[in-house]
Design a protein. Structure first.
Length: 540
């Protein structure tokens, strides 16, 4: 690999590593990083949502007209303007900086808020306006919201929240009070995207359509944000969701009515998702009703599986491995009682299980080291006869039992496990608020305050990625295998890479969740110990 190629790679990775910090610097309204006051962050997020989602007349909430609701898990605010869920605080999750419940979202627009209803395809007087609902709390777990959508059509929404849970049964009843039949369609919204809490969160904010196609589950991920663009589902959906890295709003219709999914782009990385009903006809002086399951809470299988909503927890192509590893992490946590220690123990156990592959890979490289001088002689002797060179090389490999791919194949077999754990730790909700040493939250980057502001870093520094880079530098220094008779230019490039790789990984991991960095640091230290031990072994 040429020197300029290495430099180009280093620059590319540096851009990737610093990209989140650049966004934080130049787009502070979207990537707000003031951890001192939650109020500043909340106001910034609400202004962003207001600017991008309240373009239609009459869509702003009425100030001071919130109806609060608290069931021990959720602290909700439902506004009379549209009877949508305006704000959600998750009482079981703590903001480690403010010591207050974690805020999932806080909106300033009626349209697009979770459970907001909008009529479509109807020619009803007044139906284009955002209605004002009368909201009453019937019991400690039930709310009813009623409004006139037009002079001919009334609607009644009844929420029945599960005690100490994250789900609600929502019954929507439409009543035709006129002497003529009415026809219309309606949308019920799962909600809209919210600004990320951390720089890494942006890539995980999406809308999901879930459906059964020919009895096979299909989960479709969408991130459409172009203003005015609408993306419908290809057919009926089972449920629609809006999610971020750790939490979701899911709306699932019950019964045999057919609903399709719809995602609307709002611009500036924002969108909203909804269910669209089929055409409804209500005879004169009659009513119809539809039930929905509404879930607002963590992407946690313990809560989602009993509701049949577990497909929302997805770790990509390696989903089964990722779920097994998260389960193993929780089992280890039951013993050691700390998620930081649990990550260290689980990483050690995985490395122990995969040690035979690690050993096979390293011993293969040592065999290659032994035959390197003979390989160089063959290349020099047969440099004008490639066919003869290949034949002699194969005989040399066979004689010394060397597999030219032996160093790579065991590593390839290990990669699915390491990648699955990487993704699982990135998205696992159980790490929110988990502390370890100076780290206050393993789901977000660690930080220590600086006595002065520094360009891009501002007034804090992430220490764990720097420790990880130092460990990688030590690993490269003490475990690199030197081939006898190796080309000097190639040897110089290897030395350069031994320095560059830790720097590149430091950039990549700098804004990653500290639980993820802790995993990679532990893995690096264990691999260094293994390789130092194997380096002193002799071949039989």
């Amino acid at each position: 690999m040429e020197k300029r190629t290495l430099i180009a790679l280093a620059i590319s990775f540096a851009v990737l590593g610093f990209y989140p910090m650049v966004l934080q610097k130049f787009y502070p309204d979207y990537y707000k990083k003031d951890h001192q006051k939650e109020k500043i962050s909340a106001i910034s997020r609400e202004k962003t949502l207001l600017k991008n989602s309240s373009s239609q007349a009459g869509s702003s909430f009425i100030s001071g007209d919130d109806v609060p609701f608290n069931n021990g898990k959720l602290d909700l605010k439902i506004n009379s303007k549209g009877a949508g869920i305006r704000q959600v605080d998750l009482l079981s999750f703590l903001n480690q900086e403010t010591k207050r419940p974690l805020r999932f979202f806080s909106l300033q627009s009626a349209e697009g808020s979770p459970t907001y209803l909008r009529l479509t395809g109807a020619d009803l007087p007044g139906s284009s306006e955002v209605p004002t609902y009368q909201i009453t709390q019937d019991t400690s777990s039930a709310l009813t919201a009623s409004a006139a959508l037009s002079k001919d059509l009334k609607v009644r929404k009844r929420y029945e929240w599960s005690p100490e849970g994250y789900s609600s049964n929502l019954t929507v009843e439409f009543e035709n009070v006129s002497g003529q039949p009415v026809e219309f369609q309606y949308q019920i919204f799962a909600g809209m995207s919210v600004p990320p809490r951390h720089s890494i969160d942006g890539q995980y904010i999406e809308a999901d359509f879930y459906a059964l196609k020919n009895e096979k589950p299909e989960l479709r991920h969408l991130k459409e944000n172009k203003v005015g663009k609408m993306v419908p589902s290809t057919g009926a959906v089972t449920w629609v969701a809006v999610k971020d890295r750790h939490f979701s709003v899911i709306v699932e219709p019950k019964g045999d009515k057919v609903f399709t999914g719809l995602v609307e782009g709002l611009g500036n990385r924002q969108f909203r998702a909804s269910l669209l009903s089929e055409k409804i006809s209500i005879p004169a002086r009659s009513s119809i009703s539809q039930e929905f399951l509404v879930y607002i809470g963590p992407n946690d299988l313990d809560h989602l599986l009993p509701l049949g909503l577990d497909p929302i927890v997805n770790f990509g192509k390696l989903d089964p491995i990722g779920k097994i590893l998260v389960g193993a992490l929780e089992m280890v946590h039951k013993v050691v009682k700390n998620y930081g220690l649990s990550i260290i123990v689980l990483t050690a156990l995985i490395n122990l299980l995969l040690f035979p592959l690690t050993r096979a890979s390293y011993m293969s490289m040592k065999r290659m080291q032994l035959v390197q001088p003979q390989m160089n002689k063959l290349r020099e002797h047969h440099k004008k006869n490639p066919e003869k060179l290949n034949k002699e090389m194969m005989e040399l490999y066979k004689k010394h039992k060397v597999n030219p791919f032996g160093g790579c194949l065991p590593m390839v077999l290990q990669m699915p496990v390491f990648i699955a754990l990487y993704v699982a730790l990135s998205k696992s909700v159980i790490l929110i608020g988990a502390r370890f040493l100076w780290i206050k939250d393993l789901s977000s980057p660690d930080s220590l305050p600086l006595p002065f502001a520094f360009p891009l870093l501002e007034n804090e520094i992430h220490v764990l990625p720097l420790i990880m880079a130092g460990a990688m530098l030590v690993q490269q220094r003490f475990t690199q295998i030197k081939m006898e008779g190796q080309d000097p230019a190639m040897e110089a490039q290897q030395k350069m890479m031994a320095v560059m790789m830790p720097v590149i990984f430091c950039f990549i991991f700098y804004s990653m969740p500290s639980g993820l960095v802790l995993y990679w640091l532990t893995n690096t230290l264990l691999m260094t110990a293994y390789q130092l031990r194997l380096k002193n072994m002799t071949l039989a």
